[in-house]
Write a protein that binds this ligand. Structure first.
Ligand SMILES: *Cc1c(COP(=O)(O)O)cnc(C)c1O
Length: 395
């Protein structure tokens, strides 16, 4: 197999897209698939499509496709809802599995919504639970027998720093805690072997490296030997063992399906099912090797050309996910100037210019061209133009 697989994506000609870590590119066939689902299945079949187009098994089919990319067995990954909701469900389930403990341990580098959801859950339960969020490098030392659940995002959204999944999971288990991994910046970016890690739960989104499109559904994994003990905090009918029996009482499905909630987003799931086909015959090891090559090229070229910026990601490629961040005081304006010239990355407050590397649709020439443009923007101080100082709502 040869990377990249650019021909499988619909990308504008004049764009070098370095933001697939935030919103993946549009895979070819996805728009046609959505149109078919809307016109033929919904329009033509109406409600019959749940059976005739097999909408009913779509969430599980897509879960099985994702499972192959994260080292999980078929049937262990459920899809639907948003990642924030999946974080809440995994945390609630984890706390129930450790009823004698009151601490959720995360880290201060985690994506804010994960921490907000944890705090919201704690406030709802209102039984003296506590969220601890030490600096990422202090997490290991903070794992203790007080901790019910360790909940970490493997790849830091700002810096790209990678937590050691196997090591931390082992330490959490040694202390008797439940381990939840957020794979938002891992799935489709770095090789993940959930089974080997022995993690209890994992969650992630599909609109980043999995190219499912804006608002694509999230996923949740529960280890097969744990799922039978999981109490679903959001006991929706789609997680029931027999949704259409319409029983008065909740009886959870025996698999990870019990972590589903309500009616699945069929159009969005159909797009995702199509998008996941680009991974056929692709090995995550190959993607990782290509990602490292692109990132290393980017770092060395930018450092040689642009003395104004400081690397804000680990220098050692084995400690990084598939993104590279540079700190620059005028990072927001500089990113706007780059975007204006077709190099799309993004900005994370307070001063991080973030660039994602998606080897399926990026090659070395793209990266070298992006470096030239960044050199022009920084050395020519093109970012000083007033039009680049105006903040948009989404950065
Ligand atoms: C992108 C991301 C999210 C986003 O959550 P949504 O509910 O999909 O908006 C959450 N957590 C992490 C770690 C992320 O990287």
């Amino acid at each position: 197999m040869v990377l990249p697989k650019k021909h499988l994506f619909d990308l504008p000609d004049d764009v070098i897209y370095l933001d697939g870590n935030s919103l993946g590119a549009l895979p070819r066939g996805a728009a046609e698939r959505a149109t078919d689902v809307i016109r033929k299945e919904w329009g033509g079949e109406l409600i019959k499509a749940w059976n005739s187009a097999d909408w009913i098994s779509l969430p599980k089919r897509v879960g099985d496709q994702i499972a192959t990319l994260i080292g999980a067995p078929a049937g262990s990954v459920a899809t639907g809802d948003t990642l924030s909701i999946k974080v809440y469900q995994a945390l609630a389930a984890g706390l129930k599995l450790r009823p004698d403990r009151k601490v959720i341990l995360s880290d201060s580098g985690n994506f804010p919504t994960d921490l907000y959801m944890a705090q919201g859950l704690i406030d709802t339960i209102d039984k003296g639970y506590e969220l601890r969020a030490p600096a990422p490098e202090d997490v290991i030392a903070s794992i203790s027998e007080e901790v019910a659940v360790v909940m970490l995002t493997q790849v830091d959204y700002r810096s790209g720093r990678l937590h050691d999944m196997d090591d931390i999971t082992r330490r959490a288990h040694d202390a008797g805690a439940i381990m939840i991994w957020d794979l938002a910046h891992s799935a489709g970016a770095v090789p993940v072997d959930l089974t080997a890690s022995n993690a209890d739960f994992a969650v992630g989104c599909t609109y980043k490296y999995l190219n499912g499109g804006p608002g694509a559904p999230a996923f949740i994994y529960a280890r097969p030997d744990v799922v039978g003990d999981v109490q679903a905090a959001l006991a929706g009918w789609m997680g029931h063992d027999a949704p259409f029996a319409m029983e008065l009482g909740y009886r959870p499905a025996m698999t990870t399906e019990r972590l589903r909630v309500g009616t699945p987003p069929i159009v969005q799931l159909s797009i995702l099912e199509q998008a996941l086909k680009v991974w056929d015959g692709v090995s995550m090891e190959e993607v990782r090797a290509a990602s490292i090559e692109l990132s290393e090229t980017f770092i060395s070229e930018i450092e040689a050309r642009c003395p104004q910026v400081t690397l804000a990601s680990p220098r050692d490629a084995s400690q990084r996910g598939s993104q590279v961040s540079f700190a620059f005081e005028h990072g927001y304006a500089a990113m706007q100037a780059l975007i204006d010239r077709g190099v799309i990355g993004d900005f994370r407050a307070p001063d991080i210019m973030r660039f994602g590397f998606t080897p399926l649709y990026l090659d070395k020439n793209d990266v070298l061209r992006a470096c030239e443009i960044m050199e022009d923007v920084l050395n020519g101080e093109l970012w000083r133009d007033p039009k680049y100082q105006v903040k948009s709502r989404v950065t």
